[in-house]
Design a protein around this ligand. Structure first.
Ligand code: A2P
Length: 279
């Protein structure tokens, strides 16, 4: 599996397995188990997904050595702030049945629509992540759904720079300003919903590229993210899609085709604007 190197120095497998909306218990266990069997070594979960226990159990049962896997989880919004974050992190570790994670993220920033003091809330939360990093219980720390202005506010107070910013990214939703800024600061972009949660897979540009390269529409989206230097986190509960989403090494999109994807225009946006969401 190819890797990216984080600004913390650790390596992260270039494709991760996303688990959003995969239910706790049997569904999460089976999907993660299948993903590990198919060759994924990078599992992305979150406290709010409610599936940390199933994901963790599949990891234990896979027989793969912990040090050969990369596991991410995220702090939920109700747990922001220094003390609350430390408590929430311990709960996540217990559910995952692990003594460290490879990456811990602030899932969504406290935003200016909800909080006058959004900057200090995010700074306090970040301070807790820095402590977890210093203790070695989170091998890397980062952000998720932070627009440029919110990343800048963290960088003003950070002693440890965020290693990643995990954003909605897919053909039809490119977040160019935030992504260019993060890249300029050596912050890796991870893509949630790299297939637009299925909403973009009938697009005629994607469909025609899938025919041209003889691969699936999902594989076109994943390759697009990788060729943009982004870490895609596709999710699936279908074993053949789980497998196919890793099999993208036998083709490369031409520059013209990358440009054609960039020219699609806005499509398939989830509607979740981090500066305005009410949660
Ligand atoms: P399924 O679970 O049946 O595979 P995203 O990662 O952008 O949120 O997209 C996830 C959605 O895309 C799921 O509904 C998943 O359905 C579907 N999906 C995942 N991989 C593929 C693929 N290779 N081709 C088509 N659909 C896919």
């Amino acid at each position: 599996m190819n890797t990216y190197t984080l600004n913390s120095g650790s390596k992260i497998p270039a494709i991760g397995f996303g688990t959003w909306q995969i239910e706790e218990g049997e569904p999460a266990y089976t999907a993660v188990y299948e993903a590990l069997k198919a060759g994924y070594t990078h599992i992305d979960t979150a406290s709010v997904y409610g599936n940390e226990h199933g994901a963790g159990k599949a990891i234990q049962d896979s027989g793969i050595k912990r040090e050969n896997l990369f596991v991410t989880t995220k702090l939920w919004n109700a747990d922001r702030g220094y003390e609350n974050t430390l408590v929430a992190f311990d709960k996540s570790l217990a559910l995952l049945q692990m003594d460290y994670v490879d990456l811990y993220l602030i899932h969504w920033p406290a935003n200016e629509t909800q909080f006058e003091n959004w900057e200090s809330i995010n700074a306090d939360t970040w301070k807790a992540l820095e402590q977890l990093y210093t203790e070695g219980r989170a091998k890397a720390i980062g952000l998720s759904n932070f627009p440029k202005k919110y990343v800048e506010a963290i960088l003003k107070v950070a002693k440890v720079f965020p290693a990643v910013n995990q954003l909605e990214f897919h053909p039809g939703f490119l977040q160019e300003e935030t992504i260019a800024f993060c890249k300029s600061k050596d912050i890796l972009i991870q893509a949630w919903s790299p297939l637009g949660s299925g909403r973009i897979l009938q697009n005629e540009v994607i469909v025609s590229l899938s025919a041209k390269y003889g691969v699936s529409v999902g594989q076109i989206c994943i390759k697009f993210a990788l060729q943009e230097g982004i870490n895609p986190l596709p999710k699936s509960t279908n074993p053949s899609n789980i497998k196919a989403n890793l099999e993208i090494n036998n083709f490369s999109l031409s520059n013209e085709d990358i440009q054609a994807i960039k020219n699609i225009g806005e499509l398939g946006f989830s509607g979740l604007n981090p500066a305005e969401v009410p949660f």
